[in-house]
Write a protein that binds this ligand. Sequence first.
Ligand SMILES: *Cc1c(COP(=O)(O)O)cnc(C)c1O
Length: 318
Amino acid sequence: MDIMQPIEMVDLKGQYRKIQPEVEAAVREVLASAQFINGPAVAKFQASLEAYLGVKHVIPCANGTDALQVAMMALGLVPGDEVIVPSFTFLATAEVIALLRLTPVMVDVDPEMFLLTPEIFERAITPRTKAVVPVHLFGQSCDMSPIMQIAERHDIAVIEDAAQSIGADHISLDGTRRKTGTIGRVGCTSFFPSKNLGCYGDGGAIFTNDGELAAKIRSIANHGQSRRYYHERIGVNSRLDSIQAAILDIKLRHLDEYCDARRRAADAYDAAFAGLEAVRTPVRAAHSTHVFHQYTLRIVDGRRDELHAHLTDAAFRR
Ligand SMILES: *Cc1c(COP(=O)(O)O)cnc(C)c1O
């Protein structure tokens, strides 16, 4: 056991060393420009991300939690509206629903893939259901084709939580690929440092192909302004700063390479764990590529905590 070493969840220091000259030059450029909020760096990153995702509108904002909140505000959801949300997600997905005094309807996920399924979604619909939040947890897409069909039939807005899945493709039955976060009415992501596309602070973005909704989102994220000092609605102060945008514009160029490296690591783990009866490795959906934001094992026979204690002990005994 003394060969065991703790492994970083994500090696941000090693990643930084590889792109350090590019990043430092870009940050210095922002510092010299003194355009820290809504500067040209934000517009540039926004355009880069729109092109990468193949989506009409990207609205950068302050973090992924705000992205979800602003999206829900822009959709005009009001107290009493039910929002279907998986109970197995990061807290923020449900937190903003409660914050806006909407009614979170917590549902289970598929135990193999940790995702909301069309069947679970459909069963939870009531006459008060106004929105659903498929969370593309751990880096692969929910089964979006049937989810979109059900949502359309019941006039339910689909808000994708793509905080863990940026770069992952949803693959429909005819083979069409679309980036997660660009399929529903609106998609949300986070640039928290440890996310697959992470900045060096907080950041987030909202995606939509609906121009009218995009304008509303942009306004809400900036104090409800339509133009400077014309505040048409109640909004919030949620903007991505220029330094983070400049860093993200560089890291976006490497995103596919980062996702490939994660997939190679996942393949290596799959091979290493093959044949271990007690360990269930991640199940890969046919309707999605996987960007492995997390590589999550399931341990059978209720021995998860035992394994956790064993590994913790081995890592810290040294
Ligand atoms: C990280 C995350 C968020 C929130 O993003 P922040 O930028 O940390 O606010 C929301 N949903 C999921 C699934 C996440 O993983």
